[in-house]
Design a protein around this ligand. Sequence first.
Ligand code: TLP
Length: 352
Amino acid sequence: MTGRVVELRSDTFTRPGPAMRRAMAEAEVGDDVWDEDPTVDRLEALAATVTGKEAALFVTSGTQGNLVGLLSHTRRGDEIILGDRSHIFVNETAGASVVGGLQLRTLPNREDGRLRPDEVAAAIRDRDQHHPRTGAVAIENTHNACGGAVLRPEEIADVAGVAHAAGVPVHLDGARIFNAAVALGVPAAEIAAPVDSITFCLSKGLGAPVGSLLCGCSDYIAQARRYRKMLGGAMRQSGILAAAGLVALEQNVNRLAEDHANASLLAEGLSRIPGVEVDPGRVETNIVFFDVAGTGVPAQAIVERASRAGVRLAGGATSFRAVTSSEVTRDDILHALNAIDAAVRQPATAGV
Ligand code: TLP
């Protein structure tokens, strides 16, 4: 037993490092609901700058950012067009419907996470009194359930173009927008330029303990501030959390390239394990999906066997999502590959 832990379940497991903890301890704070927290102000200003928007709002989570983001574009009874594999549709407990009275209308996400502009155009409602109003189009970049796939600015512009032609705003769930920016080698602002609003997360690969930012034009963010309050997300001395966010944005963006290299290494290694199905060519950022049906070993047995070697995996019936982050070194990846290789070679009859 090495005592080593290789955390591949999510980049949400990243823990704040010493510089971040120091910044949190030393943060200058005030009551942010009174607009008197200078550290939150600095974070919101920086978030607006890096996404190329007029203003930003510090929210508690990506889920809250998406919900406040959609509420601020819409009114009850509106319809949201979004991908059938999008995080908002699959993983946000139908908050937009429950809280916002919004109807979610899905279109198929292509394997690379894209929505087809012609399908978006066809889904936008006309003004017939029978129909819901199309309130917004929501897209995702990188696309979590599509293997961390990256949407290029021109692909986003194509979808935004058809939405805007019909007067419909576009929201981008950019939980991992900096992974996309690093993978493409372009500023996040260039990716976000075609959309009206963007949420991004500090608490994933960027390593902050808590928090996301919703960014957009000033009027929109003023409205979003009211919805955040309504949802209980207005915080007080939140500069302590914002200080971590500032370190995340100032120091942890460029290192995401390491996570991408580690994800590629993982996918290449997995592709050499008999019975494991994975396409290393599709790994663009820090997420790797792989399937173990061909090994004949139940996924749950692999989870438990790998866990005994300190490798933390999250899987479904036959498939896994592995996510690299600052918690995982190159050497950890080699250790994980050995552990997974050993786990699939043990016969199913050997138990867990
Ligand atoms: N994703 C989490 C889980 O909810 C699946 C993860 O481990 O990846 N948008 C995207 C694209 C996300 O991946 C997530 C979190 C969110 C929004 C929500 O962010 P939080 O967890 O801060 O509410």
